[in-house]
Design a protein around this ligand. Structure first.
Ligand code: FES
Length: 156
């Protein structure tokens, strides 16, 4: 399910977990690929899936939770319809990414736009800094006007 679909908190995600586990069954080091698959499908990793995942992989809840909390990429709460990830690595910071993020957050709050804004660390677009993604689509040479336009389009 793409992240821009309405969230249904009544849903049962265990069949999805079963399918993802089957895809990664018997592969060494499969925890990260499984976590990525869950987040790709749901937009986040629900708390309710951690115990069954731990049981299936013969790991503890704490081990799974530790991996999820170590990587800033993983979300444990559902994102909004629009997710913006602004690169905060060196090249983008030197090109004003931090200030751009502040201005964007102010703009979103002022307009009451329901958008998730997160940090990301290097999108491989350093030569075209600052960079960001909006709903997983990369934007290079980011400006406030450019991202405002993208947000307004994504919210339609
Ligand atoms: S530092 Fe931002 S894309 Fe590489």
């Amino acid at each position: 399910m793409p992240i821009n679909q309405p969230l249904n908190f009544q849903r049962n995600d265990k069949p999805l977990l079963k399918k993802i586990l089957a895809e990664h069954q018997d592969k060494e080091g499969n925890l990260l690929p499984i976590l990525h698959s869950i987040q790709d499908e749901l937009g986040f990793i629900p708390q309710s899936l951690i115990s069954p995942l731990a049981e299936a992989l013969n790991l503890s809840f704490a081990e799974i939770h530790g991996v999820i909390s170590f990587y800033s990429h993983f979300r444990t709460i559902a994102p909004k319809k629009v997710v913006i990830e602004i690169c905060q690595a060196e090249s983008c910071q030197s090109m004003g990414a931090r200030q751009l993020k502040e201005e964007l957050v102010n703009y979103l709050q002022k307009n009451k736009f329901d958008v998730t804004v997160e940090n990301i660390y290097c999108l491989g677009l350093c030569a075209q800094s600052p960079a960001a993604t909006i709903n997983n689509k990369a934007i290079a040479k980011l400006t406030l006007d450019k991202i405002k336009t993208s947000v307004e389009r994504a919210l339609v």
